[in-house]
Design a protein around this ligand. Structure first.
Ligand code: SF4
Length: 399
C-alpha cells in the first residue's frame, strides 16, 4: 500500500530560496502572491538548470490542484482514417491514397463500432482522431456512428476529433463552427481532443503546417465548444523549430482562452517523434526537455486542472517521473487490440496498451493515489464495470 511507505515527495514542499537560479526565486514569489506567470517566466522555467527547485515548484502547484490524486482512464483508441492532404511536415501518419495506396487506413463505420467493442464494454472513453479525409470527415459518416456508439456503450464518453478536423468539416459543409458543434453535441460528442494545436506561433505554422487550421480558429473552435457544453483538451507539439519564447506564448494563449471560455480539462505536452517525416533531423526530445516542459506547463497554466503525461508519447518511465514535476494524469490504457498509428508511424518506442494495474503500480510507487476517470474527470472505482459486464456500477463523484 502506498500509504505505508514514506512518500518520495515528503521534503519537496520546501521553498526554493537556496536555488542558484535567481529567476526561480522571482517566480516563487509570484506564485506565492497568486500571480500568473509571464512569457519571460516561462522561458526561464524552460531554461533552468535547477531541476530540483523546478520540481518543488511544479509539485506544489500539482498538489494544490489535485492533491495526491493521479488519474488514468480505461479507454479505446481508434485512428479511423489516415487519409490526409494537409501535408504537415512533422507528420508520419498521413497517407496519400493515390501515391501510397498500400498505407491507407479508412475504416467503415461498422468497423469502427466493431473495433470499439472488440474487448468488451468496460471502458469509459472512446478516443478517435484521424486525417482530413474527404470521404470520411463528414456529418453523414459521423452522426449515425456517434448515435450507435451512444446506444451500445452509453457509459463511454465520446472524445472525438481535433479542432483541425472540425475546421475541415465546417468548411466542407459550409457550416458555422457553432452549428457544427451543436449537431455533434446532440449526437453525443462530449469532448474534443487537444491535437492540431502544434505551436500557435504564426511563424511556426507558416513553415511547418500551413494547410491546417490557424491558431485563432483553433482557439475559437474550443471556446465555442465550451460554450455549447462540450469539454476539451489542449496540446502543444514541442521539439522542432519552435523557440522557447514560442512555447511560453502558446501556454499564455491557452490560459487566456480558458479565461474567456472555460472548458479545457487537461493540457498534454506532445514530444516530437522523428521517424518517417520531413523533420527527422530534429531528432528525439531529451528527458530533461520533457521534464521541463511538464513542469513549465503546470506552473504557467494556473487555470487548467490537469497536466497529462501521456505514456504513448514520452514513455512510461518519463511519465512516471513527470508526476513529480507537475503532471497528474497518465491518460488511457487503450484496448489490448488497439492500433495507435500517429505516434507508431513516427517511431514511438511505447507499446499499444498498458494494463490499468500497471498504471496503479507506477502511480503508487511515486506515493500518489491512482484514480480511474472518464474524459470529464468523473471518478470511478478501479473495479467499476457497466451493468451488462456483470459487475456493480458505481460512480464516485461528479465533475
Ligand atoms: S498532422 Fe493531421 S492534419 Fe497534418 S498531415 Fe498529419 S493527419 Fe493531416
Amino acid at each position: 500500500m502506498a500509504a505505508e511507505r514514506p512518500p518520495i515527495f515528503a521534503t519537496l514542499g520546501l521553498a526554493v530560496r537556496s536555488t542558484p537560479d535567481p529567476a526561480l526565486r522571482t517566480i516563487e514569489d509570484k506564485l506565492a502572491a497568486g500571480a500568473s506567470l509571464s512569457v519571460e517566466d516561462g522561458v526561464a522555467l524552460l531554461r533552468t538548470r535547477d531541476l530540483h527547485s523546478l520540481g518543488r515548484l511544479a509539485l506544489n502547484a500539482k498538489r494544490a490542484k489535485s492533491h495526491d490524486r493521479v488519474y488514468y482512464v480505461l479507454n479505446r483508441y481508434i485512428n479511423s482514417t489516415n487519409v490526409c492532404y494537409a501535408n504537415c511536415r512533422f507528420c508520419s501518419f498521413a497517407a496519400d491514397e493515390k501515391k501510397e495506396p498500400e498505407r491507407i487506413v479508412r475504416m467503415a463505420a461498422d468497423a469502427v463500432l466493431a473495433k470499439a467493442l472488440e474487448t468488451g464494454k468496460n471502458f469509459n472513453q472512446i478516443h478517435i482522431v484521424g486525417g482530413h479525409d474527404p470521404r470520411q470527415l463528414s456529418l453523414d459518416y459521423w452522426l449515425p456512428l456517434m448515435r450507435r456508439l451512444k446506444e451500445v456503450v452509453p457509459h463511454a464518453q465520446l472524445s472525438l476529433f481535433t479542432a483541425a478536423e472540425l475546421d475541415y468539416m465546417a468548411r466542407r459543409h459550409r457550416m458555422s463552427y457553432e452549428d457544427l458543434l451543436i449537431r455533434l453535441r446532440d449526437a453525443g460528442l462530449e469532448n474534443i481532443n487537444g491535437g492540431g494545436a502544434e505551436v500557435f506561433s504564426a511563424r511556426f505554422r507558416r513553415l511547418v503546417c500551413p494547410n491546417k487550421v490557424d491558431a485563432a480558429h483553433w482557439l475559437e473552435i474550443h471556446e465555442i465548444a465550451h460554450r455549447v457544453g462540450i469539454a476539451s483538451n489542449a496540446t502543444m507539439l514541442y521539439g522542432t523549430i519552435e523557440t522557447l519564447e514560442e512555447r511560453a506564448e502558446h501556454l499564455v494563449l491557452l490560459r487566456e482562452s480558458q479565461r474567456r471560455s472555460p472548458g479545457y480539462n487537461a493540457f498534454i505536452p506532445l514530444a516530437f517523434h522523428p521517424d518517417g517525416n520531413e523533420m527527422s533531423h530534429h531528432g528525439w526530445t531529451s528527458g530533461l526537455d520533457d521534464i521541463r516542459m511538464f513542469a513549465t506547463a503546470r506552473l504557467m497554466l494556473d487555470n487548467f486542472d490537469h497536466i497529462k503525461a501521456y505514456w504513448m508519447i514520452q514513455g512510461l518511465a518519463i511519465c512516471q517521473l513527470a508526476l513529480l514535476f507537475g503532471a497528474d494524469d497518465m491518460d488511457g490504457t487503450h484496448g489490448s487490440t488497439d492500433e495507435e498509428l500517429i505516434y507508431h508511424s513516427a517511431g514511438t518506442r511505447s507499446g499499444q496498451h498498458v494494463d490499468d494495474r500497471e498504471f496503479r503500480r507506477l502511480i503508487e510507487e511515486v506515493g500518489f493515489v491512482p484514480v480511474r476517470r472518464n474524459s470529464t474527470y468523473q471518478e470511478f472505482p478501479a473495479d467499476w464495470a457497466p451493468k451488462d459486464e456483470a459487475q456493480p456500477e458505481r460512480v464516485l463523484t461528479s465533475a
